[in-house]
Design a protein around this ligand. Structure first.
Ligand SMILES: [Zn+2]
Length: 113
């Protein structure tokens, strides 16, 4: 699962940004192609120890959209994406390209001062 690498990079960025303080809350934006439960499980697994132990995770979703010649125009889910920039249209099943988007972005970190 590539989610593990993505979340690990995010956790590293948070740890680097807080300079040894304890982290209370991390807010992220994630693409509709990343399942929230996977994100939460991975975050919990990777932050069980260290400065992020017990930190809350807040998430907001943004859609990764696909416009297909069949008329479908909507958000892609995790199972629709088969590779970087490649998806299967949920409506007609055709192989379509879409612009690769960052799937996980750090919005805010709250750390104990
Ligand atoms: Zn289609």
């Amino acid at each position: 699962m590539h989610e593990v690498g993505m979340v690990a990079a995010l956790v590293d960025a948070v740890v680097a940004s807080v300079g040894g303080r304890r982290v209370d809350l991390v807010r992220v934006r994630h693409a509709s192609t990343v399942p929230e439960d996977v994100l939460r499980q991975t975050f919990a697994m990777l932050t069980a120890e260290g400065p992020l132990a017990g930190a809350a995770l807040e998430t907001e979703v943004f859609p990764v959209r696909l416009a297909c010649p069949c008329g479908f125009d909507g958000a892609l889910g995790h199972d629709d994406v088969i590779g970087p920039g490649q998806a299967v249209c949920p409506s007609c099943g055709g192989l379509r390209a879409f612009p690769p988007t960052p799937e996980l972005e750090l919005v805010r970190v709250l750390a104990t001062t």
